[in-house]
Design a protein around this ligand. Structure first.
Ligand code: ATR
Length: 273
């Protein structure tokens, strides 16, 4: 019989994940027959769910909130990128071992560079938030050689620690949100979870003037995007492109072929707006 290429995304919640739709479109592009399901893991049952899925013959899976760090603790080996982030969103199963990668950062970089035609080299970047989302994107951004990255967080100690962990890879400094000056930067990335509560991190409005303002969230207008528009941002975008690009990198990690993303982004944009 035909061997089934078995994949999934594991998370909690996972019901609204667009990953199955995206992966199905990629598979179709290259005529690959693949199953990709959504698996809801109990908050205290991630490991068991992974073990069962792997023993059922799975070849790989994505990991989403809140299991990316737990997944890192579970893998046998991983890329430098995943190791630096201490979190994985993509796992490949090879001879019963789990090999991990984190495609979030490269997904963001590819969206910025290829879809939004933005070069990162020499740019001043401000990242809001110092949690898991920031951890996932810092190394790939630093590898593009920005002038510097400012990481500003409500809890200042967290951004200081994060910045010092990445200092060997480029110029990155940690601050408190209250220390941000009104001086404009080139790119502002909202990597906080404030939008989930309908909130906007409190920073001076002058920083947005002429900047590309990027919210890692997708699917709706966030308070950050609204704020950016009201404060003369040059361009304002959500994270839908990053979502598709991180999925494309995961697909390439599994199948060795990088899929086309432009049409996929366009079709998703039409369904969610
Ligand atoms: P994620 O994995 O999405 O990054 P996280 O690790 O819980 O989630 O981190 C959430 C980030 O959003 C943190 O940087 C948090 O700031 P604190 O470290 O001070 O908690 C930030 N955050 C959440 N709500 C916020 C708000 N209303 N204003 C500013 N920052 C906020």
């Amino acid at each position: 019989g035909r061997y089934m290429n078995k994949y999934a995304v594991i998370g909690n919640p996972v019901d609204h994940s667009l990953s199955p739709t995206i992966q199905a479109q990629f598979a179709k592009q290259i005529g690959l027959s693949m199953s990709y399901e959504k698996i809801l893991a109990p908050l205290d049952g991630f490991t068991v769910v992974v073990k069962n899925f792997v023993s059922s013959g799975a070849l790989g899976f994505n990991i989403t909130v809140p299991f990316k760090v737990e997944a890192y603790d579970l893998i046998d080996d991983c890329t430098l990128n995943a190791k630096t982030a201490g979190a994985v969103n993509t796992i490949k199963v090879e001879n019963d071992t789990l090999y991990g990668e984190n495609t979030d950062g490269i997904g963001l970089v590819n969206d910025l560079c290829n879809n939004l035609q933005q070069s990162i080299k020499g740019k001043d970047i401000l990242i809001l938030g110092a949690g898991g989302a920031t951890q996932g994107i810092l190394l790939p951004l630093l590898e593009c050689q920005p002038e510097r990255i400012l990481v500003a967080n409500r809890t200042k100690a967290k951004s200081l620690k994060l910045a010092s962990n990445y200092s060997e890879y480029g110029k990155v400094c940690g601050f408190g949100l209250d220390q941000i000056k009104a001086k404009p930067v080139d790119i502002i990335i909202n990597a906080t979870s404030a939008s989930l509560d309908g909130k906007m991190p409190e920073i001076p409005s002058g920083v947005a003037a002429g900047a590309l303002c990027y919210d890692l969230m997708y699917g709706r207008q966030t308070p950050f995007m609204q704020w950016a528009r009201e404060n003369s941002a040059l361009e304002v975008t959500d994270g839908l492109g990053m979502l598709v690009e991180q999925a494309a990198s995961a697909f390439a990690f599994w199948h060795g072929i990088t899929p086309e993303t432009k049409e996929v982004i366009k079709s998703l944009r039409e369904t969610i707006d």
